[in-house]
Design a binder for this molecule. Structure first.
Ligand code: DLZ
Length: 159
């Protein structure tokens, strides 16, 4: 996952008619908050720069990435939310926590997306080190928060 080589950030705004009426939910994990706050900033700026109205963006925090699935479900079941962007950062440690959390959130978000038939974007950094996460949260490899927002827009408008 190297944003500078492969990324979703370049996207034409030409076909985004009606974007100002779309409503987005953002669920952001507090764990590794310096990283996730940068992801959030990137996602917010990207949504706004593509014509989403500030009043149409709802943001909630959850304690850790494991809780993103429930946060996403609460957002997705709200009939006024069109797409949900989930942001987190899980860093490989000495334990198998990493894989448990990553697998759980990937499966959880997939299930929520299918259940509610809405885009639920996996904007979760899963890195070996803290530095790798910083590099992808506004650092030398871009900002995965931007890409998560772009993904939500693409899923709403490329149907
Ligand atoms: C417990 C835990 C660990 C070890 N590491 C991370 C992490 O790197 N990133 C993250 O977002 N959350 C981590 N957590 C917290 C879990 O996601 C979860 O909040 C707790 O296990 C409580 O359910």
């Amino acid at each position: 996952m190297v944003s500078s080589i492969k990324n979703l950030s370049s996207y034409s705004q030409v076909s985004l008619k009606g974007v100002s009426e779309k409503r987005f939910g953002i669920v952001v994990s507090e764990w590794n908050s310096a990283v996730t706050e940068s992801l959030l900033e990137g996602a917010l700026q990207t949504l706004l720069s593509h014509g989403v109205q500030k009043k149409n963006i709802s943001t909630v925090q959850v304690p850790g990435s494991f809780e993103l699935s429930l946060g996403a479900q609460r957002m997705a079941k709200n009939e006024f939310i069109d797409a949900v962007v989930c942001l987190g950062c899980v860093i490989q440690g000495e334990t198998r926590h990493f894989e448990f959390i990553c697998n759980a959130v990937a499966n959880g978000l997939t299930n929520v997306s299918i259940k509610y038939h809405k885009p639920v974007v996996f904007g979760v950094l899963t890195t070996d080190t803290y530095q790798q996460a910083l590099d992808r949260a506004g650092g030398k490899h871009g900002n995965k928060g931007d890409e998560a927002a772009i993904t939500a827009i693409k899923m709403l408008f490329n149907q």
